[in-house]
Write a protein that binds this ligand. Structure first.
Ligand SMILES: Cc1cc2nc3c(=O)[nH]c(=O)nc-3n(C[C@H](O)[C@H](O)[C@H](O)COP(=O)(O)O)c2cc1C
Length: 187
């Protein structure tokens, strides 16, 4: 059996990066690449990014999260604060975000620091999500082992009934992070 990928190669020729061709404002440059990629229709989730944090054992750990907003302050994603990533950020808020847009032959790597967004911001975003996702956040203990799938599904059904005609309160352990960039680059 042969598992090497020695012959899996292509030549990357879709454009070059030069000082002259990039915007002097990195966020503006990100915005134009983002829309270029979105408009191309060639990537399903343009806003999917790998968030890398430093684990308690000192090793980096990357996982995909969705970019939900970006502005002059940085890049926002939402999660369970009690998750592994939340706990890691609590101890070390130095993180990296990276995007890979294969059809553009482009990646963007952002280095920055993460901080929790305000409760108002988290609540606003929480309530903008479909009701099913809001209920999911109530029952889901992210990063922990599920004891029993039936219990989870029963809880989900009970909550669906309980909140059929009511607003779902944002769980205290759920909210946003803002990653304030220190550097933003393409490689
Ligand atoms: C396409 C995709 C998008 C995801 N988006 C998010 C997200 O926005 N927020 C989140 O907390 N987890 C998201 N996840 C799940 C995370 O990748 C991860 O499994 C989860 O957050 C637990 O990570 P942790 O144990 O390292 O904290 C997404 C996964 C995929 C595959």
């Amino acid at each position: 059996m042969k598992d090497d990928l020695y012959n899996s190669r292509k030549s990357y020729e879709k454009g070059e990066l030069s000082k002259k061709s990039v915007d002097s404002n990195p966020l503006q440059q990100f915005r134009s690449w983002f829309y270029e990629c979105q408009d191309s229709g060639g990537v399903d989730e343009v806003n999917a990014m790998t968030l890398t944090t430093i684990d308690f054992d000192g090793f980096p750990r990357g996982r995909v999260v969705l970019l939900k907003k970006y502005d002059e302050f940085g890049f926002y994603f939402y999660t369970n604060y009690n998750s592994e990533k939340g706990k890691s950020i609590e101890v070390n808020n130095k993180v990296s975000l990276s995007f890979f847009w294969p059809n553009m032959e482009r990646q963007v790597i952002i280095k920055g620091t993460a901080q929790k967004t305000s409760k108002v911001d988290s609540t606003n975003y929480f309530h903008s999500r479909p009701k099913g996702s809001q209920i999911g956040a109530l029952v889901s203990d992210q990063s922990s082992v599920i004891k029993n799938r039936d219990i989870l599904e029963r809880q989900l059904k009970e909550l669906e009934v309980e909140y059929e005609n009511k607003d779902i309160p944002k769980p205290a352990n759920w909210g946003g992070y803002l990653v304030s960039p220190i550097s933003l680059g393409e490689a």
